[in-house]
Design a protein around this ligand. Sequence first.
Ligand code: SAH
Length: 221
Amino acid sequence: MNRASSQGIGMTSMRTRERLVERLMDRGIRDYDVLQAIRQTPRHLFVDEALAHRAYEDTALPIGFSQTLSQPYIVARMTELLLAGGPLRKVLEVGTGSGYQTAILAQLVEHVYSVERIKPLQQKAKRRLSQLKLYNAIFKNSDGGMGWSREGPFDGILSAAAPATIPPELLQQLAPGGRLLMPVGESGRQELVMVIRNGDCFEQEIIEPVNFVPFLTGTVR
Ligand code: SAH
């Protein structure tokens, strides 16, 4: 590829990224740092090349193993709500998937601990994060239902897969004042739920209807 055409691609991708950011603002995303992280993150690197031209649409995209890269709007919304209580030191992410949400979080919090049950997906995600020089995320191939007790408690917990009910281990690993964001419920009837820990009391708020892949048990190697 010559220089002019590679610059051309750069320009197009900058324009399409900016359009995505505008769309997220139209949909009510306000947090400047979140919008800036989305603007700076090359989402096309998180999907197969054949889908790269759709990477800046506000839509979920397939990543193999019947899983999806979450829709940018929902990534932005969950991240914005997670951050709304103040700066975060340690965040647990359940469901690394492509690593896109991990990359957004890594730019906004001190440390990301990301668990994923499907090992090959996580290996690709790890490579993408180091390609982007985001070194403050660490990964574990495990069932996120158990959290990551050795590294907890966490100031924030975010899940990209929907269980029928919130796993109690995750609530236990939430630090005082910490926030958990998670889709809950069966396919077709899921809601995004935010839990804020206040001492031993867990205040729960329903944010909006969502559509995530199911939270499954066990690991795939
Ligand atoms: N944020 C990711 C979303 C991927 S889809 C992205 O944007 O790419 C949700 C992911 O959760 C899938 O990769 C799925 O394998 C994973 N998952 C489902 N149940 C899980 C569990 N119990 N523990 C860990 N990961 C889980």
